[in-house]
Design a protein around this ligand. Structure first.
Ligand code: ACM
Length: 531
């Protein structure tokens, strides 16, 4: 042993420091979200021109996963990094292919091995590995650096199964390219659900072939009066596939019965008949309606470009409303492989309570008919939920508890912690503050299962961080609001509470700041962190 150690030392001296220990241990490498278990070892692994990815196992997507890793190593190193089933010192080993998100990562002097019984687990192991390399690995251009990482072992798995973010593409339309960019950012932090808020008062953003005016009219503007936009069904399919390659499932939302002005502006017949040409007014009196609104010359509402909420509603007792919802849910479900359809349901302030409940219950049935599980904002729990449906807690604890009492799960997005559109403080140039100012430490320092008495871990599906876009118009704005809070929330959803500490996170996030700078991401330099 002595002799081997001695000769190793000699080689190291001759190679002018090539065998030096990397400057940090594995446990100080700045991984976000923090893995559940990290074991340090001495020494390092160095990526070289001769490195390659070796695939072990059998699955449709294994090559794609290997290529994802190789591509992320090639860009900045300029090394060829071949991917094959024969040879390579970075081994991706897939076991049973059972969909697991857990993985193990072992780094020795000669090899790196990532093992998982799921493709997703391998993908998350890859994200961890990429974060171990020097920050320059994130460069789009070839750079020279010591591509060295510390030896050791990581055993990791997520705390919550649903780890999401939401993009409001309705208030301001967000291009396909920018949604793909967002998906790439989410993937780096092991998030696995992207909720697209596709419709709201200001815009309808998804093509519905059987109701074409939704996008023709309803998609033609946005907050502030810009030109808006929409996704064709082919665009949407492209996003679904792009996300799936990064183990992210898209959750489409059609917000209803409130937040529906863009639909009501597109189709007059969805509106209650008011203000008839002869000066008569239709009486909207439910006792006389017999569940059918007496429509006479209904008029389309005006397009809306402001940011008030809670003033629009579908006509809950009008059969045409359900024919419309049926078509919308059918067409979107057909191009959505994921299990969930989000029905909105928030802030229906001008919908009568019993109309609201009647509407939510009928829409849940439609969603279920097309094979999907409904998620809705917490207000939907005031209706009878179908088994398995999910209430997304954003505002009212008592609503979340109603869901739990019915045996349903809650998705945690409390606005005071998880809303990415809230300003950091009163000086933040973007965002709103009706729920709170959310500095980075506030976004980090909470645990979903302790947020509210009566909402326990077993009641929680996971965590989602929504980005509403009343004040957000482009990629630069998105970057500023989500970095560094999105990684903080990703860690809250992935890493068990016992392992997390603000002190640890604030040191690790500072290392990510360097990565964001290399990528040209202008992030919020929280005063709580020494960057
Ligand atoms: C919401 O923020 N209205 C769900």
């Amino acid at each position: 042993m002595k002799k081997i150690a001695g000769s190793l030392l000699l080689v190291c001296v001759l190679a002018l420091g090539a065998c030096q220990k990397p400057s940090v241990n594995l446990s100080e490498s700045g991984i976000i979200p923090l893995p559940q278990e990290i074991t340090n070892a001495s020494g390092s692994f160095t990526l070289t021109e001769a490195s390659g990815v070796k695939l072990v196992g059998n699955s449709e997507n294994l090559t794609k996963v290997g290529e994802y890793l190789a591509e992320n190593l090639r860009r900045s190193t300029g090394y060829p990094i071949p991917v094959s089933f024969d040879t390579g010192n970075i081994i991706l080993e897939l076991g049973e292919n059972d969909g697991s998100e857990a993985y193990e990562l072992e780094i020795t002097e000669e090899t790196i091995q990532i093992s998982s019984s799921g493709e997703a687990g391998l993908f998350y192991g890859i994200q961890t590995l990429l974060q171990l390399f020097p920050a320059e690995i994130t460069s789009e251009n070839k750079l020279s650096a010591d591509w060295e990482i510390p030896q050791g072992k990581i055993i990791d798995s997520p705390s919550y199964g649903y780890r999401g973010s939401m993009l409001d593409v309705a208030r301001h339309f967000i291009s396909v390219e920018d949604v793909k960019y967002y998906i790439d950012q989410m993937a780096k932090y092991k998030l696995n659900y992207l909720h697209l808020h596709l419709t709201d008062d200001q815009g309808w953003r998804i093509e519905i072939k059987s109701w074409p005016k939704l996008t023709e009219i309803g998609g033609s503007t946005e907050v502030g009066g810009g030109k808006g936009g929409f996704y064709t069904q082919d665009d949407y399919k492209e996003l679904v596939a792009y996300a799936a390659d990064r183990f992210i499932t898209i959750v489409p939302e059609v917000d209803m019965p409130g937040h529906t002005n863009s639909a009501l502006a597109s189709y007059p017949e969805l509106n209650p008949g008011v203000n008839l040409p002869d000066g008569d007014f239709t009486t909207v009196n439910k006792q006389e309606l017999d569940y059918e609104m007496p429509l006479k010359n209904p008029q389309a509402s005006e397009l809306y470009t402001g940011i008030e909420v809670g003033w629009s509603t579908f006509s809950s007792r009008l059969e045409l409303t359900y024919a419309f919802v049926d078509s919308v849910v059918r067409e979107i479900s057909e191009i959505t492989p994921g299990p969930y359809f989000h029905i909105g349901g928030d802030e229906s302030h001008v919908t009568q309570k019993d109309d609201y409940i009647y509407f939510v219950e009928r829409v849940q049935d439609i969603v279920s008919k097309y094979g999907k599980t409904s998620i809705g904002w917490d207000e939907i729990a005031t209706a009878k939920l179908l088994p398995g449906n999910v209430a997304q807690f954003w505002a009212k604890e008592e609503n979340a508890k109603l869901a739990i009492e019915q045996g349903n799960k809650v998705l945690m997005s409390p606005a005071v912690k998880a809303y990415l559109d809230m300003q950091y403080d009163s000086t933040t140039r973007l965002g709103l503050h009706w729920a709170a100012y959310i500095e980075l430490d506030s976004a980090y320092l909470w645990e979903p299962s302790e947020f509210s008495t009566g909402i326990k871990k077993e009641n929680i599906l996971g965590l989602e961080a929504p980005l509403w876009t009343e004040t957000i118009t482009n990629r630069q704005d998105i970057n500023y609001m989500v970095f560094p809070r999105l990684p903080a929330l990703a860690e809250v959803s992935w890493t068990s509470k016992e392992k997390r500490s603000w002190d640890g996170f604030s040191k690790r996030v500072a290392q990510h700041g360097k990565r964001w700078e290399i990528q040209g991401i202008e992030f919020h330099k929280s005063p709580k962190v020494t960057w």
